[in-house]
Design a protein around this ligand. Structure first.
Ligand SMILES: Nc1ncnc2c1ncn2[C@@H]1O[C@H](COP(=O)(O)OP(=O)(O)OP(=O)(O)O)[C@@H](O)[C@H]1O
Length: 260
């Protein structure tokens, strides 16, 4: 028997007025899997993620998380079981780094000394120096540091599932690469199930086990990069052509055997 999916979407639909934001999407995400959702702006990626932890409610279909229909789970309890990393960190500007990271444990009534220890542990996990960062406000951090704090905050209540909405999109390429690699390692080390939205097919191929492609609210295709390459959908193939073209151009333009 196959193990229960960590997240299972069955015929999920969400409308906003006359827009069908998510249109009959069915997708299973296995425990421990890293899945990237790729698609252009407005294809329904964020809506699908927000339906998963009941930030918004669906109009049709079902979603189950760890075998439980989310309709039967209290939304607040559900959100504590699922970490969420927002596009640009989504940190509270008036709270220090430590208070941002510790906010969920605080709401859960964890005693202050335990929160302090957990914050330190999380800062270490996301590779930020505790002394230098604990008491800073988000405005005093770089974009990459803010995203690291966003990841630490999402992990504070020890979720087994993490949803990430274009977490590395606004970063310079080197920081983006480093953070992506670091998160992939955290995903492995902590045994997480991760769903990450990205516009960038190269990032999806490099980080995810499996890629789901959305367009106009529909799930067009899903599979490993090699499986997607065998798709007969023109849009999916076009998405895959971009990373290949980049590699070919880089191979032409960058002399091999140098520093790069
Ligand atoms: N709260 C809302 N009210 C009305 N329409 C909405 C709302 N949220 C999303 N939509 C619409 O639903 C569709 C899907 O939006 P969604 O944000 O899920 O796309 P996306 O793929 O995440 O886009 P992006 O990559 O730009 O974040 C879009 O047409 C959007 O305008």
């Amino acid at each position: 028997m196959r193990p229960a999916a960590a997240i299972s979407y069955t015929h999920v639909t969400k409308n906003f007025d006359r827009v069908v934001a998510v249109d009959d999407v069915s997708l299973d995400i296995a425990e421990g899997e890293f899945v990237a959702i790729v698609g252009s702006s407005g294809s329904g990626k964020t809506t699908l993620l927000r339906l998963t932890n009941r930030l918004i409610e669906m109009d049709g279909g079902t979603i189950s998380v760890e075998g439980e229909d989310i309709g039967a789970v209290d939304p607040v309890a559900l959100r504590r079981r699922i970490g969420y990393v927002f596009q640009s960190g989504g940190l509270f500007p008036h709270l220090s780094v430590a208070d941002n990271i510790g906010i969920t444990p605080k709401l859960l009534g964890v005693p202050a000394p335990e929160i302090t220890a957990r914050v330190d542990e999380l800062l270490e996990l996301v590779r930020l120096d505790r002394g230098a960062h604990r008491d800073r406000l988000p405005e005093a951090l770089s974009g990459g540091q803010r995203q690291r704090i966003g990841v630490a905050r999402a992990l504070a209540a020890r979720p087994r599932i993490v949803l990430m909405d274009e977490p590395f999109g606004a970063l310079d390429p080197l920081t983006r690469d480093a953070l992506g690699e670091d998160f992939r390692e955290l995903h492995r080390k902590l045994g997480l199930t991760t769903v990450m939205i990205t516009h960038d097919m190269t990032e999806a191929i490099l980080l995810a086990d499996r890629i789901a492609v959305m367009r106009g609210g529909k799930l067009l295709a899903q599979g490993t990069p090699a499986e997607l390459a065998r798709s007969d959908d023109a849009y999916v193939l076009e998405l895959l052509r971009t990373p290949r073209r980049q590699v070919e151009r880089l191979n032409t333009l960058l002399p091999r055997g140098g520093g790069a």
